[in-house]
Ligand binder design. Structure first.
Ligand SMILES: [Zn+2]
Length: 210
């Protein structure tokens, strides 16, 4: 559909407060823009150069992520990725990939939210987006308490799709959120074993490490 036609039927709304946006504003309204929990943190994660994020996981940022993941707002991938890309401009990467959900999870949700973010970020940064990892279905991470048992649950969960496309490459590894970093660390480990030269993590929101 043409942009003006899309705007007619789906007028752009602030991704945080969901109010209609004035023509002068994109992604989010100026009122929301003033209170966003921005961060410059680069969270240390094994086998990566750290994980960057535009935001802390709280308030409106958290609510928007929940709508993106569970409320069918898959089009939030574009604004989220645009904000993530700001944090990635200084990274000299060869390609972008993502921490995948299992095929079963993707089927039940209809999309892989990290893949949508990776594809949108790749467009922003003018880099190729590559499916580099597969994931087997495991017990839901949020239903398991404790770092050690979460780590055990994902151990061996990922496999490299095609190590040849990873070897010697500097890679941006995308996910939607980073909490303990265990999942991203596991995915990065597999990329590392496949011969990646460097791995830079990036998420939309970074949560407190409980
Ligand atoms: Zn707003």
């Amino acid at each position: 559909m043409k942009d003006w036609l899309l705007d007619l039927f789906f007028p752009p709304k602030c991704i945080f407060c969901q109010k209609l946006l004035p023509d002068s504003e994109t992604m989010y309204c100026s009122a929301c823009g003033h209170g966003l929990p921005e961060t410059d943190e680069i969270r240390p994660i094994p086998f990566t150069k750290g994980c960057r994020a535009p935001f802390h996981y709280r308030g409106d940022v958290r609510e928007a992520l929940l709508r993106f993941k569970f409320g069918g707002r898959s089009h939030y991938a574009d604004p989220f990725a645009a904000m993530m890309a700001v944090k990635l401009r200084e990274v000299n990467a060869d390609l972008i990939t993502w921490v995948p959900v299992s095929r079963l999870r993707r089927f039940s949700r209809g999309y892989d939210q990290a893949q949508l973010l990776a594809e949108a970020a790749a467009k922003e940064l003018n880099l190729p987006c590559v499916s580099a990892l597969n994931k087997r279905h495991r017990k839901k991470q949020s239903r398991i308490s404790g770092f050690a048992s979460r780590k055990a649950n994902i151990s061996g969960a990922f496999t490299a799709v095609n190590p040849e496309q990873i070897k010697g490459k500097t890679i941006i590894l995308i996910d939607d959120i980073c909490t303990t970093g265990a999942t991203m660390g596991e995915a990065a480990y597999v990329l590392h074993l496949a011969g990646a030269a460097a791995i830079h993590g990036a998420v939309y929101a970074i949560a407190k490490n409980r």
